[in-house]
Design a protein around this ligand. Structure first.
Ligand SMILES: *Cc1c(COP(=O)(O)O)cnc(C)c1O
Length: 437
């Protein structure tokens, strides 16, 4: 039999990859806790939670057992006209934990579809109330909301999608007041963003549907963080103007920011929230778009015209719902939320040690996420230091994947102090090598 790598190179097309120049992919045969084991006997520390989805560590037995059990009774059933206990119970458990007022759970399959649903819900919310002139959305520069067409439109501020511009609809962009440790300008940046919002409301307020934002942390843009105060001011202004606020918590949900949700940490309740990545503890693709009762009510009526015309083959897949319920159980069994301040403290400690390196700029930490910018001539997602650092980390058994010149850690919550220390030591060594080059 041909090796997996040879077969892979023959028939597989990988995401976000230039297949001609990318090195061979690494074959993983086993994952346990924070460790990934390769086919050729090496071990990686998964310090990015396998693209931000893993929560409790790989192969957590509680989640694995719940999926196996569910698979023996009900693996899948149509969700229009039918229902099942895992979906209903999960909706109830999520509503209990979300900010009060978010009470209607719509299921789909991944972060992008959760965003598509949110955009359609928001647009039709107005349409159903005779305000079909409301067709505009506002998003943030740097914002990323997924790779499907609507999500690309909302995410045009991230710069990945210029090729597909002709497919996307128009979205206005506000500056994102990204901040970091010891940032003296943060309030000025926030004021500038709010002033821009004010301008937009004056010009287009009566055709605006809503604003979509990654609350507290823009992930793909390079772990750019903002203050809760900014989100509070944004929400207050939108509420006064009667404009909908959509939180894309696909990445920030389930503990990443130190609280179960960024909306809880920021003490802001949006009208619609999108959750995915950590929802099933990284086991299965599943997402939810959760709306307020006011939004749900706007879809009620005698005719189908008023209904939300959206659904996927695997809507509310029972295996995914069982995994998500088990993950919430692990949060309780292991008191996971109580572990997160410890991870944050370790980040702060080790990042402070790095911060004296003149190549390190804009250190920032929130909850389980730490990041900094590497000072370099070509900054941004296509920066040449990204691939160089990635190769350096891979050779030393760290799964770290810089976003251009931004180095970040986003570990599963089972990470130990020794593992983080090892990671930061390797990052320091990488910086030393960069500095000598
Ligand atoms: C990853 C991500 C998405 C897209 O989720 P997929 O499951 O990859 O489709 C959307 N929004 C944010 C903030 C994300 O980080």
């Amino acid at each position: 039999m041909k090796s997996i790598i040879a077969l892979d190179r023959r028939h597989v097309w990988h995401p976000f990859t230039q297949e001609q120049t990318a090195p061979d992919p690494i074959e993983i045969v086993l994952a346990q806790g924070i460790h990934l084991h390769t086919a050729d006997g090496r071990e990686f520390l998964d310090l990015i939670s396998s693209w931000w989805v893993n929560i409790h560590g790989h192969a957590h037995p509680t989640v694995a057992a719940a999926i196996a059990k569910q698979a023996q009774t009900l693996e899948q059933v149509i969700f229009a006209g039918f229902t099942h206990q895992p979906a209903v119970q999960l909706a109830n458990e999520l509503v209990k934990r979300l900010p009060q007022g978010l009470s209607r759970v719509f299921y789909s399959d991944n972060g992008s579809t959760a965003v598509e649903v949110a955009l359609k819900m928001a647009l039709q919310y107005w349409h159903n109330q005779g305000q079909s002139q409301r067709i505009r959305f506002l998003a943030f520069a740097g914002g990323y909301h997924g790779d499907t067409v609507g999500a690309m439109s909302a995410g045009k501020g991230c710069g990945f999608f210029d090729t597909y511009g002709s497919l996307t609809f128009e979205v206005g962009l506000l500056p994102f007041p990204a901040t970091w440790d010891n940032d003296a300008e943060v309030e000025a940046k926030e004021q500038a963003a709010l002033a821009k919002l004010e301008q937009y409301l004056t010009l287009h307020g009566d055709t605006l549907v809503g604003v979509i934002v990654e609350p507290l942390i823009q992930g793909s843009a390079g772990m750019r963080m903002c203050r809760p105060e900014f989100l509070q001011a944004l929400a207050k202004r939108l509420r006064a103007a009667g404009i909908l606020l959509i939180f894309d918590e696909v990445m920030t949900g389930f503990g990443r920011t130190g609280a179960l949700f960024a909306s809880l940490k920021a003490q802001v309740t949006p009208d619609i929230i999108c959750l995915s990545k950590g929802l099933t503890a990284g086991f299965l693709p599943l997402s939810v778009t959760v709306a307020t009762e006011a939004i749900y009510n706007a879809f009620l009526g005698e005719s189908f015209d008023r209904a939300l015309v959206h659904g996927h083959s695997f809507t509310a897949n029972p295996l995914g719902c069982a995994a998500a319920l088990a993950s919430l159980q692990v949060f309780e069994d292991e008191q996971t939320l109580h572990k997160l301040p410890q991870i944050e403290a370790w980040h702060r400690h080790y990042l402070a040690e790095l911060a004296s390196d003149p190549q390190v700029r804009h250190t920032r930490v929130m909850g389980t996420i730490a990041a900094f910018d590497v000072v370099t001539a070509d900054e941004g997602y296509n920066s040449a230091v990204g691939p160089r650092l990635k190769a350096f980390f891979h050779e030393r058994g760290l799964l770290l994947r810089p976003l251009g010149n931004v180095v970040y850690l986003l570990p599963p919550y089972c990470v130990t102090q020794a593992q983080l220390q090892q990671a930061y030591q390797t990052i320091a060594a990488a910086l030393m090598q960069l500095g000598q080059a």
